[in-house]
Design a protein around this ligand. Structure first.
Ligand code: MBD
Ligand code: FE
Length: 309
């Protein structure tokens, strides 16, 4: 039976008590946020007339989400992570900041601490016979459009099974496979020699896929490569490009695909001189344009818990 108590003084007082809004101590921001989100939840329970069984199913879902270590994966899948990007883009627009390589979500699978090399890195540390050789290269430019020396390009991507090292459920990959950091030389150039990734799929038994199933949505991403790019006096860029031709290019469960982040895949010649096993390889040229700091600060720097090895 639908009841209407949310707006009552009793319930409103109760919400203030729960968040200790009238107490002097505690963290003011936490109290404010908890009060608002709990109020919105209570209101939704009333408006949708959620049953006790539905509420307990939701609570148990949160337990499974944590047990599966998938909260950040769910954040990508329900568009929360992309929504953060939409807000950052709008902040920039309102501040009159434009240009630069488009940002897109980080995702949950970065690992800090990958080896750093200058100008070029071979990052397919493990064999993967199902993935062909891939060269990724380009230039990092600064705010004036000039090549940026000493910039750091961090790169990470999946193997031919769509799995990332450190998070591989098969345990097959060694530390930092398909991960590396290149420092640009005076010409601003970087290069990664690696192997072609395949798109990621959510763990089929995990909490994220469980919810997506209820929505009749898939939990797959097109093949993609992640980057953090940073340099002196510039903002750190978080982005990815997708591999053109992937059938899921514009049907990414994490909503990361953007115009400007789908570079052409060409055929390169001279692979053996690069250390590849074949003369031909796939070649992606992708330049990064960084934006300057605002009054000496990276005003949009994102701090979140990240794996490190
Ligand atoms: C990924 O590889 C990824 O990039 C995101 C955003 C979510 C899950 C897996
Ligand atoms: Fe990814």
């Amino acid at each position: 039976m639908s009841v209407s108590i949310f707006a009552s003084q009793d319930v409103q007082d109760f919400l203030r008590t729960v968040a200790n809004l009238d107490g002097q101590d505690g963290d003011a921001r936490t109290k404010q946020v908890l009060h608002r989100i709990l109020s919105d939840l209570f209101k939704a329970i009333e408006d949708l007339d959620l049953t006790p069984d539905e509420i307990w199913a939701g609570i148990n879902y949160l337990n499974k989400l944590g047990q599966d270590n998938e909260a950040a994966l769910l954040a990508a899948g329900i568009g929360l992570e992309h929504y953060i990007d939409m807000r950052l883009d709008e902040e920039d627009r309102l501040a009159g900041i434009s240009g630069g390589t488009p940002r897109t979500i980080e995702g949950p699978l970065y690992v800090a601490g990958a080896p750093v090399t200058v100008r070029s890195a071979r990052i397919d540390r493990d064999p993967d016979p199902d993935a062909g050789p891939l060269r990724i290269h380009g230039v990092v430019r600064g705010q004036d459009g000039a090549p940026l020396a000493g910039a750091l390009v961090e790169c990470w991507h999946a193997n031919s099974k769509g799995f990332y090292s450190h998070f591989d459920p098969t345990g097959a990959q060694t530390e930092f496979n398909l991960r590396g950091t290149v420092k640009t030389g005076s010409d601003g150039r970087y290069e990664f020699l690696t192997r072609m990734p395949v798109g990621y799929g959510c763990p089929p038994q995990g909490a994220t896929q469980q919810l997506l199933n209820r929505l009749a949505r898939h939990g797959n991403r097109p093949a993609h490569v992640h980057f953090f790019v940073s340099g002196d006096d510039h903002r750190r860029l978080t982005t990815q490009f997708n591999i053109d031709g992937d059938p899921l290019l514009w049907d990414d469960f994490a909503f990361a695909t953007r115009d400007g982040l789908v570079p052409p895949v060409k055929t390169g010649e001279g692979g053996k001189a690069l250390g590849f096993e074949t003369e031909t390889y796939q070649d992606i040229e992708f330049d990064f344009d960084l934006l300057p700091l605002e009054a000496g600060k990276d005003v949009q720097a994102v701090h979140r818990l990240r794996a490190a090895a």
